[in-house]
Ligand binder design. Structure first.
Ligand SMILES: *[C@@H]1O[C@H](CO)[C@@H](O)[C@H](O)[C@H]1NC(C)=O
Ligand SMILES: *[C@@H]1O[C@H](CO)[C@@H](O)[C@H](O)[C@H]1NC(C)=O
Ligand SMILES: *[C@@H]1O[C@H](CO)[C@@H](O)[C@H](O)[C@H]1NC(C)=O
Ligand SMILES: *[C@@H]1O[C@H](CO)[C@@H](O)[C@H](O)[C@H]1NC(C)=O
Ligand SMILES: *[C@@H]1O[C@H](CO)[C@@H](O)[C@H](O)[C@H]1NC(C)=O
Length: 475
């Protein structure tokens, strides 16, 4: 029963997801003036973004978003290009959307296949990384696989497809993650766990300001970003309305809350709110039904819901959208997880954004619930304009010593060593470390032996080998 409910929820999420992209695309196309589009066509407006249309044979501009998608070349050497079965084209309402998920790259060889992403900002910056998986019976087997993906050297999530996969891929087929990597190179690896051939449809990386979504405790996974108080639940907001290309799902209401909106301009530019929500998201909000002065919410979990139990992280976004009335102020407090966090009294300024991500980034633990209550001083009920919640996951493993990685990568290139498994980090995770080398079990692993004789190397031994300073054996 729960599974069915979950599937329906997923179905709704996916429907929304697909429809909204198409609607948004069409809107954009309709309203976009010619010159704007002409310019877009020539210039990649998103040089900081890494956007890969996996399995595509050429780079292309997505006209709906203005995002420039590259083919896989330069990001991965292995795998084969495939195209979803034509009967699924019609599922994808939008031509622009089809372009991105029509192609996919599959990995029949090897257990670990990795995309290599090297954003300019390097390590210690915050990134949003998002992948898309649409099976679309590309292999004519009608048997979607189940596999794992890693981010860097750590487990990210399992990708699976429910019985409704044929038409409506569930939420776990477009996972995202926000985190600060420990190395300049970020690997996204698909791991074959013996339940079918892994594949991927699209992969996106977006740099975030480091002042937002602080994640010193791990990573924020499966972001749900709700633009609440909208008139319909059928659209999505992303780049370029959202400078960070977060995906905001429209949600008319939760519970019995009452939608309100404004058409006034929200001062997103000169505000100190570093979360930079799209004005369109902030222009709609909800308030309690008349006679009530609290917005209370308890999240309902499905059985295989990624938010199920464990740790979570939540952000509330506000902007006063009602014209100020003389002598009436709006003041409220936020309470999360039954008193584990209670805010100071909050007041809003007219049309000015305010974001509150409680407890300085420390995650909550338990069953996601909150209340936003008017204080006794308040003459107006509370409102909320947008809500984000994330499942918090830990990224326990550290990558191999960067000097060793640089040296072995140099050796790999110099001797054009091609082994299917020489991808991603050489030592971590341990069970997928490269063949023909062994590693120490330090917190930051070192390469301690290397067996190159089987590679039939000729020429002088690369001086890089001497950069492997922990090396004890070289055969
Ligand atoms: C704003 O509210 C009005 C009245 O409730 C409604 O008709 C309209 O569709 C809303 N607009 C948006 C963008 O939600
Ligand atoms: C931003 O913050 C600074 C310092 O806290 C303050 O002086 C300034 O007025 C704020 N600007 C806006 C638009 O709120
Ligand atoms: C509050 O947090 C503590 C640990 O931080 C946890 O043990 C406890 O269960 C939480 N209380 C509620 C009501 O969730
Ligand atoms: C907020 O209001 C709800 C509903 O009136 C109430 O059950 C809850 O205890 C209140 N929370 C706080 C922190 O006052
Ligand atoms: C090197 O790795 C290959 C697999 O890629 C394996 O067959 C071979 O036995 C390895 N050689 C040594 C010396 O470990």
């Amino acid at each position: 029963m729960h599974d069915a409910l979950e599937s329906i929820m997923n179905l709704k999420a996916w429907l929304v997801f697909v429809l909204l992209i198409s609607i948004l695309d069409n809107l954009k196309l309709a309203k976009g003036d010619g010159t704007e589009h002409a310019r877009r066509r020539l210039v990649d407006q998103t040089p900081d973004f890494i956007s890969i249309d996996c399995g595509a044979t050429s780079d292309c501009l997505d006209e709906g978003t203005g995002i420039f998608y590259k083919s896989d070349s330069g990001f991965i050497d292995t795998g084969t290009n495939n195209v979803i079965s034509p009967e699924y084209y019609s599922t994808m309402v939008s031509p622009n959307y089809v372009r991105k998920i029509k192609n996919l790259r599959s990995f029949p060889q090897g257990t670990k296949n990795c995309y290599t992403l090297t954003p300019e900002q390097g390590k210690n910056s915050n990134y949003l990384i998002r992948a898309f998986f649409f099976y679309g019976n590309y292999d004519n087997k009608n048997q979607p696989p189940k596999f794992e993906i890693n981010v860097g050297v750590n487990f990210w999530t399992t990708v699976g497809f429910s019985e409704l996969y044929l038409l409506y891929p569930p939420r776990e087929t477009f996972p995202d993650i926000i985190h600060v990597p420990l190395s300049d190179t970020i690997y996204v690896c698909l791991i074959n766990t013996g339940s079918g051939i892994p594949f991927i449809s699209a992969l996106e990386l977006r740099p975030l300001s480091k002042s937002i979504y602080p994640t010193n405790f791990g990573a924020l996974s499966f972001g749900s970003r709700l633009d609440i108080g909208t008139s319909s639940s059928m659209y999505l907001i992303r780049y370029e309305d959202d400078v960070y290309d977060r995906l905001w799902l429209s949600q008319s209401t939760l519970s019995n809350w009452v939608p309100i909106n404004t058409s006034s301009v929200i001062n997103t530019q000169d505000s100190n709110d570093s979360y930079q929500l799209p004005a369109q998201v902030l222009r709609t909000a909800v308030q309690p039904p008349s006679g009530h002065n609290a917005l209370t919410y308890v999240h309902s979990y499905g059985t295989n819901n990624p938010y199920n139990g464990g740790k979570y992280y939540v952000c509330f976004h506000f902007a006063e959208i009602a014209k100020p009335t003389q002598g009436k102020k709006r003041e409220f407090i936020i309470d999360v997880e039954g008193g584990n966090y209670t805010s100071e009294p909050i007041t809003l300024e007219y049309l000015k954004p305010l974001s509150i991500c409680p407890q300085n980034g420390q995650p909550f633990e338990g069953h996601f619930s909150f209340s936003i209550n008017a204080t006794t001083e308040s003459g107006l009920p509370p409102i909320v304009n947008a809500i984000e919640y994330y499942s918090v996951i830990s990224l326990p493993y550290k990558p191999t010593d960067p000097k060793d990685v640089a040296a072995i990568m140099y050796i790999k290139q110099t001797y054009t060593i091609s082994r299917d498994d020489w991808q991603g980090d050489p030592c971590v995770p341990h069970q997928y470390s490269w063949s023909n080398l062994t590693c120490s079990s330090d917190d930051t692993p070192r390469i301690i032996s290397l067996y190159l004789s089987s590679s039939k190397l000729t020429g002088k031994i690369a001086t890089s080998i001497s950069d492997l300073t922990a090396l004890q054996y070289l055969l």
